[in-house]
Write a protein that binds this ligand. Structure first.
Ligand SMILES: [Zn+2]
Length: 148
């Protein structure tokens, strides 16, 4: 399965993020990130079991994604079909809806104990089990340094 919530898609916070296709991130890390960081980055991108993700948050996330897609589509359509003047007026209406849904999504996201979900899903020696750590590189950039 390539979509889902994963730990450490990025080296800092948030600890857990949604990915539509984690393989793209794997490819990016393998090609673009500094060689000495790659093993650690790959080792700590772990699929979080769906059962650990709270329903209220997940529902807010799905609504947000749907509205985001609709917003992008509406913006494109207004722009292409009606031109700039019409786009500005319509855009404000659509933006209002998008903003409200975005706020609800962020509230739902803030209500989740991501540290607890992280600790239940991530590597036993992950540096970010320490809530004060701000990066997977807190103990060094190599696998050996970080997971000691
Ligand atoms: Zn971790």
């Amino acid at each position: 399965m390539t979509s889902g919530h994963f730990t450490h898609i990025h080296h800092g916070k948030p600890l857990i993020e949604w990915s539509d296709n984690i393989k793209e991130r794997h490819d990016y890390v393998r090609k673009i990130k500094p060689k000495r960081e790659r093993a650690l980055r790959m080792a700590l991108m772990i699929r979080v079991p769906d059962g650990l993700i709270p329903n209220a948050y997940n529902e807010a996330r799905l609504v947000y994604e749907e509205v985001w897609r609709a917003y992008k589509e509406a913006s494109r359509a207004y722009w292409e079909e009606a031109g700039h003047a019409h786009w500005e007026a319509s855009h404000e209406e659509v933006w209002g809806v998008y903003e409200a849904v975005w706020r609800a999504y962020n509230e739902a996201r803030r209500a989740v104990d991501w540290q607890a979900i992280h600790d239940a899903s991530c590597h036993q020696k992950c540096p970010m089990r320490d809530p004060a750590a701000t990066s997977i590189f807190a103990r060094g950039k190599t696998l050996k340094q970080a997971l000691r």
